[in-house]
Design a protein around this ligand. Sequence first.
Ligand SMILES: CC(C)(COP(=O)(O)OP(=O)(O)OC[C@H]1O[C@@H](n2cnc3c(N)ncnc32)[C@H](O)[C@@H]1OP(=O)(O)O)[C@@H](O)C(=O)NCCC(=O)NCCS
Length: 157
Amino acid sequence: MSQSILVRGSIPSDHEAITKLGSEAFGRFGDYREPLTEWLSNPGIETLVVSSNGDLQGFTMIALLEGPEGVPDGCVLAVGVRADLQRSGLGRSLLDAAVARLSAEAVQWGVRRLVASVASDNTPALRLFQAAGFRDVGASGRSYASGEVARRLVRVV
Ligand SMILES: CC(C)(COP(=O)(O)OP(=O)(O)OC[C@H]1O[C@@H](n2cnc3c(N)ncnc32)[C@H](O)[C@@H]1OP(=O)(O)O)[C@@H](O)C(=O)NCCC(=O)NCCS
């Protein structure tokens, strides 16, 4: 995509579209409608979106979560792009914005690393995160409702 992609913070009128897009994008891993609704109402979770003429094209959700030794980790909870718009750079722009936002918090909160979990067979997501500097550090010990094993991805701030 040659045009620059504008990533902005979400507003309440985006929420219904985020829940719909997210439950479609993550549908093969389980039913995400309820978790997405909860995450959107959680003040500790920030959602960034790309939209065009009021139509949601993609979103990412980030948070600072408890990490080892009481130091918070910057966590990318989700990245989802509308199916018909994938492979046009939206995921990369959203993840870059998520990394920038979490990195900006790093000094204040002592964050040393950014983390994410991705299903072991989710090649598009694994490649997306690896291209953004995340390293696959192995199985996280968790699995999705679909049964797929989650892999832990880590990026030093
Ligand atoms: C993962 C996802 C967000 C990628 O979004 P996208 O807008 O298609 O990604 P981009 O076009 O910005 O691609 C960026 C990089 O990701 C990787 N990538 C994206 N889609 C890929 C695919 N189908 N196969 C292989 N690599 C892929 C590539 O490295 C790509 O760089 P390149 O185009 O220079 O090769 C999108 O596929 C999606 O919404 N999937 C469903 C939800 C999901 O699984 N989210 C991740 C877990 S939270």
